[in-house]
Design a protein around this ligand. Sequence first.
Ligand SMILES: Nc1ncnc2c1ncn2[C@@H]1O[C@H](COP(=O)(O)OP(=O)(O)OP(=O)(O)O)[C@@H](O)[C@H]1O
Ligand SMILES: [Mg+2]
Length: 357
Amino acid sequence: MDVRFENVTKMFARSAAVACLNLAIDRGEFVVLLGPSGCGKTTTLRMLAGLEDATSGDIFIGPERVNLVPTRYRDIAMVFQSYALYPHMTVAQNIAYPLRVRKTRGDEIERRVKRVADMLEIEGLLARKPRELSGGERQRVALARAIIREPRVYLMDEPLSNLDAKLRVQMRGELKRLQHDLGTTTLYVTHDQAEAMTLAHRVAVMRGGRLQQFDTPMEIYNRPANRFVAEFVGSPGMNFIEGRIDAGARMFAGDGIAIPLEGNGLDRVHGRERVTLGIRPEQVHVATSEREGWLAGKVYVTELMGNETIVFLRLGNEKIIARAGADFRAEMEKPVWIWLRMEKADFFDAETGEAIR
Ligand SMILES: Nc1ncnc2c1ncn2[C@@H]1O[C@H](COP(=O)(O)OP(=O)(O)OP(=O)(O)O)[C@@H](O)[C@H]1O
Ligand SMILES: [Mg+2]
């Protein structure tokens, strides 16, 4: 275990920014804290960095409890969204800075600057000043400055959020490679679910200061712990249909929708009444001609994406979204037939939102 939060709470005035957080991160692991604005991600990171005191609970880096250890004695490096580079220094001087303040030898500094510059492909920029760089280049310099120290843990708070969409995707890949090559334990904060899913070994989903689920991206996607997690990951998002279980008729009955339940679908919801059915767009199939056992619906609108078609459907009084092939075509209001792959569906408690397994 490399980083551990044990029952960590942070109060600001009378409200908990982070409530009773338990999180154990393995050595070399890339963990992403994911959640909406204000859910406590930055506060969590700042407590680990020592920039904020925990109100209660224990924080460990390696075997050491660090609650009382000042920031500069915690073996961490940080990259933040606003990666302030020193404007009067060259790129090389910026990158070298953390080593210089630690009185590293000159030839050693030179060797290591060259190495990280090489890694991030910014060798050609070393003599420039920050104002002569693009946003993406600046971001790389900030990363280089963080990784030159080879600390025990990297802390990154939305480091890619200032970049345009294309560059963000590119840097995302580079960051993943870099972390893989360095093998340094990393705690990374984002509210972008795609970033979390692509970067993380494990994702910690937070809401209102509370950890909702901590698991691999695949588990988070395929077995969300509750409706909030299910809703937060995936794009387009999961479809939710409110309804009740009609055990006698072996049906899920929604507003103008009746879906037969069989096998484990029925077992799972045994003894339940009101539930929310959750089904991802890729588990909704659409056909333009009638098929035995499929549900009748209507096309609301389609979006051609080039590689696929997103189909917004009306099913009973609900609107649901399906992913169809690139060549799927249907006019608005045209009748279609819909198959929900119920073996891939989730059910959630209608009141608590907890997944029913
Ligand atoms: N210094 C502070 N004083 C008072 N309240 C604070 C302070 N810092 C954070 N908070 C509150 O704590 C909660 C969590 O804030 P935090 O910055 O950790 O959220 P976040 O998940 O990083 O959000 P974002 O995605 O917007 O950056 C918020 O409700 C915020 O208003
Ligand atoms: Mg934040």
